[in-house]
Design a protein around this ligand. Structure first.
Ligand SMILES: Nc1ncnc2c1ncn2[C@@H]1O[C@H](COP(=O)(O)OP(=O)(O)OP(=O)(O)O)[C@@H](O)[C@H]1O
Length: 263
């Protein structure tokens, strides 16, 4: 009689790799949906799947039949329900293999000082504009898109295609400007568009003072490979959003560091 199957405990290097990769994917998934409404949906679906296997093991025919209908369309339902999260996940995976990254490594080894000098020249007008907007308590939302998705941005934006300058940014966000409502999108080293209406985050754990501007600033970084500076009209505070998370009340020195890294 066969009591114990030692083959069950054969653990190869690839099994270990398999477990580590699954753990990594679950961790990334957790990071993506943490604090969002999707986390509740995910728990709901996990319970449904769990229940299906329990009732199946207990041979409860009727419930197994009903729950089985949901489980059968499992992967398609997951993709439909988590459309935004799947998009963000794929962006995250793709970003690490992107040409932009490889160029950054190249610069790291062969031309760091030069790259930093150029970068400072690029970000200075943005920092100067933020200083001025903060001092006048002018609300602003500036998005830095790694990839300018025409379909995503252009539907709701005014096309600008202008050189990045302090005065242009100030003029756009001035309260009497027809373009001041909405976000400015910077990509390909240009102010691509202004007055953009962006998707709002569905996060439920944000500070009470965060209104639509902050929600839009966080939302765009969830749906796209982008970061965003948010200047509050109410308090003049600067926040920085990246991958759906937000750093509040940052200083200009911090902003410079963040832009140096992300822009
Ligand atoms: N979907 C959106 N996309 C881009 N900008 C938006 C969007 N919704 C609102 N805004 C901008 O946010 C402004 C309203 O900001 P609101 O007062 O609700 O935000 P807030 O996060 O509390 O910021 P503040 O501290 O500046 O008041 C609008 O005038 C508009 O410019």
């Amino acid at each position: 009689m066969h009591f114990f199957d030692f083959n069950l405990f054969k653990f190869t290097f690839f099994d270990l790799l398999d477990v580590l990769l699954v753990a990594f994917l679950i961790y990334q998934l957790y990071n993506l949906i943490r604090g969002t409404i999707a986390a509740n949906i995910f728990i709901g679906l996990a319970l449904l799947f769990g229940m299906y296997y329990v009732v199946k093991a207990l041979h409860m025919q009727l419930l197994t039949g009903i729950l089985g209908k949901f489980v059968d369309v499992g992967i398609i339902a997951l993709i439909v329900v988590f459309q935004q999260e799947v998009r963000r996940f794929l962006l995250l995976v793709g970003k690490n293999a992107s040409l932009q990254r490889n160029r950054a490594w190249w610069q790291y080894f062969f031309g760091k000082a030069d790259a930093e000098k150029n970068n400072y020249a690029r970000i200075k007008p943005i920092i100067d504009a933020c200083k001025s907007l903060k001092s006048t308590r002018t609300g602003a939302l500036i998005v830095f898109a790694k990839y300018y998705d025409e379909q995503f941005y252009q539907n709701s934006c005014e096309v600008i295609e202008g050189k990045i300058s302090k005065r242009l940014l100030e003029s756009i966000f001035q309260k009497t400007s027809p373009l001041h409502d909405g976000a400015v999108v910077i990509a390909e080293n240009k102010i691509k568009s202004a007055s953009c209406i962006l998707p709002l985050t569905e996060k439920t754990d944000l500070p009470a003072q965060f209104g639509l501007r902050h929600r839009a600033g966080i939302g765009v970084t969830e749906a796209n490979d982008a970061t965003a500076i948010i200047i509050s009209e109410e308090t003049g505070e600067l926040s920085y959003a990246k991958q759906g998370r937000v750093k509040m009340n940052i200083s200009f020195a911090e902003l410079e560091k963040l832009l140096n890294k992300d822009f």
